[in-house]
Design a protein around this ligand. Structure first.
Ligand code: SF4
Ligand code: SF4
Length: 289
């Protein structure tokens, strides 16, 4: 396991569990540590987490990101991630109330899993991913002492994790592939990472991008599909994952117009003529692979 082994003193128990392993755990409102975990957060958000929370709160993804998240780098190559932003000068979740979680039905994946962790990995020299589960034992969490046993499969079902994992699956595979191929696919350009951020976290901006003339000059999407992307956040998110695979790994699943390169060159030329101050890197057109 080497790289995946939790550091000494980590609350993550170094025992890899499967769906059919049994855990002893129960969290409920009557427990004396109720809400304590929500006052010590370090929660990485997934694309589907953001989709659900921004819908719940009636915000655009741009507004949600600005109000509720902090950026961070997921690896040492600058892969962008976002975390839930605690209340100022605390580690307290902005959604916790005395009665519990105010966004409970739409709480993030990490909150649903707790006190377990999910580790997706791709072993060296293999092409398939594997999921493993770990118990997270923190001193403040008394749920481990509650006399209830269930399998991880049952726990995931109870917590409504399955739909979240399913929705985020293609995104996790992108991250796994990027990690497992490492430098062999090269360092993604700044624009590729910008697109990764948009497609992963800022769906409303990504939608504007997909609706732009520049995008339809390049990608050959049928009208019905384009129409559905205008209103359906889940369809848009899944489309974003396909585009990211295309841009990051060259896996062509979205048709590119034959004359795309020529049109792009003309537009770039026009852009530079109308604004000579703009450098080539300032030009924000679609990424072509
Ligand atoms: S989103 Fe809800 S469950 Fe998760 S840390 Fe915040 S209050 Fe707790
Ligand atoms: S039992 Fe654990 S998960 Fe539940 S409220 Fe207490 S600290 Fe949080």
């Amino acid at each position: 396991m080497n790289d995946n082994t939790p550091p000494i003193n980590s609350p993550v128990q170094p025992v890899k569990l499967t769906l059919d392993d049994t855990i002893q755990f129960r969290c409920h409102k009557g427990i004396s540590c109720f809400n304590e975990c929500c006052h010590a957060i370090d929660i990485q958000l997934t694309p589907y987490d953001i989709l659900r929370l921004k819908q719940r709160l009636g915000l655009t993804s741009t507004e949600f990101l600005a109000q509720y998240t902090l950026p961070f780098e997921m690896d040492n190559q600058g892969m962008p991630g976002v975390k839930l932003r605690p209340l100022d000068n605390t580690a307290t979740c902005p959604f916790v109330t005395q009665d519990g979680c105010s966004v409970y039905e739409d709480r993030p994946t990490a909150c649903r899993y707790y006190a377990m962790g999910l580790l997706s990995m791709r072993l060296q020299d293999t092409t398939t991913d594997q999921d493993a589960y770990f118990l997270v034992r923190e001193d403040h969490c008394l749920g481990h002492l509650e006399p209830r046993r269930m399998t991880i499969r049952e726990y995931r079902h109870e917590q409504g994790v399955e739909v979240y994992d399913e929705m985020n699956r293609d995104w996790r595979l992108i991250i796994l592939k990027k990690r497992s191929t490492g430098p062999s696919v090269g360092q993604p350009s700044t624009r590729s990472y910008q697109l990764f951020f948009l497609g992963s976290y800022n769906l409303d901006e990504f939608r504007n991008f997909v609706n732009s003339t520049g995008f339809s000059d390049v990608y050959d999407i049928d009208a019905e599909k384009l129409e559905s992307l205008k209103t359906d956040d889940v369809a848009l998110m899944k489309f974003a994952f396909k585009l990211l695979r295309q841009v990051l790994f060259g896996e062509i699943t979205i048709p590119v117009r034959a004359d795309a390169l020529q049109k792009r060159a003309i537009r770039k030329q026009q852009q530079l003529q109308t604004d000579p101050e703009k450098t080539e890197t300032d030009y924000r057109g679609p990424v072509i692979v």
